[in-house]
Design a protein around this ligand. Structure first.
Ligand SMILES: NC(=O)c1ccc[n+]([C@@H]2O[C@H](COP(=O)([O-])OP(=O)(O)OC[C@H]3O[C@@H](n4cnc5c(N)ncnc54)[C@H](O)[C@@H]3O)[C@@H](O)[C@H]2O)c1
Length: 181
């Protein structure tokens, strides 16, 4: 498959890219390197420097890549994710995370890409009673970071329903570990 990995120069994204390439997929990375690192960009992936909020650049990159082969799926890791920072800068978090996903989905609709895998967060649950989190518990985020991701989840569901697309949403807790390299 051809996979567009947005945020593929970050911590989780770069590991996902490694696995995708190891298993024979064709990977395109799109990242603004705001918290990502050049040294994490897999040498076998095609890298584009760009912001998901920049719809023109996103369009150009997707068009250029689709001319070679259709992009089957988008995996989105791009986000700001520091909880205390989100309390200080709520507008920036909703802009980058939520508007970023809306822009990405608009590009996917335009270019007929039907599958999205989204990195959400356990922060969408807030503080569940009893301290144990189950997948079907109500979502009640207690900070702008979690709220920005819950809004992304809603946008993804409605857009996928309207345009006959499919999604998978992961609500990660704290991710740990690193590839030996
Ligand atoms: N690390 C965790 O424990 C954890 C837990 C729960 C959820 N998540 C989610 O997983 C995803 C990846 O997290 P991570 O730990 O790898 O973070 P990270 O900061 O290492 O990676 C995020 C990547 O996205 C890029 N990016 C950010 N905004 C962008 C934009 N507007 N346009 C283009 N690229 C942009 C950054 O440059 C970076 O490379 C995030 O969406 C985060 O909310 C992470």
């Amino acid at each position: 498959m051809k996979v567009l990995v947005v945020g593929g120069a970050g911590y989780i994204g770069s590991h996902a890219v490694m696995e995708l390439i190891k298993t024979g997929h064709d990977v395109v990375i799109y990242d603004n390197l705001s918290t990502g690192y050049e040294m994490l960009i897999h040498p076998e992936a095609q890298f584009y420097l760009g912001d998901i909020l920049d719809s023109k650049q996103l369009d150009r990159v997707i068009e250029h890549e689709q001319a070679k082969a259709h992009i089957d799926v988008v995996i989105n890791f791009a986000a700001k994710l520091i909880v205390p920072e989100s309390l200080e800068m709520p507008l920036e978090y909703f802009h980058n995370n939520t508007e970023g996903v809306r822009t990405l989905l608009a590009a996917m609709v335009k270019h007929d890409i039907k599958y999205i895998v989204f990195s959400s967060t356990a922060a969408v649950y807030g503080q569940p009673e009893g301290g144990i989190c189950k997948e079907d518990m109500p979502l009640d985020p207690i900070n702008p970071y979690g709220a920005s991701k819950r809004a992304c989840e809603d946008i993804i569901k409605w857009v996928c329903k309207r345009y006959d697309m499919s999604y998978c949403i992961f609500r990660y807790f704290n991710v740990a570990g690193a590839d030996e390299s």
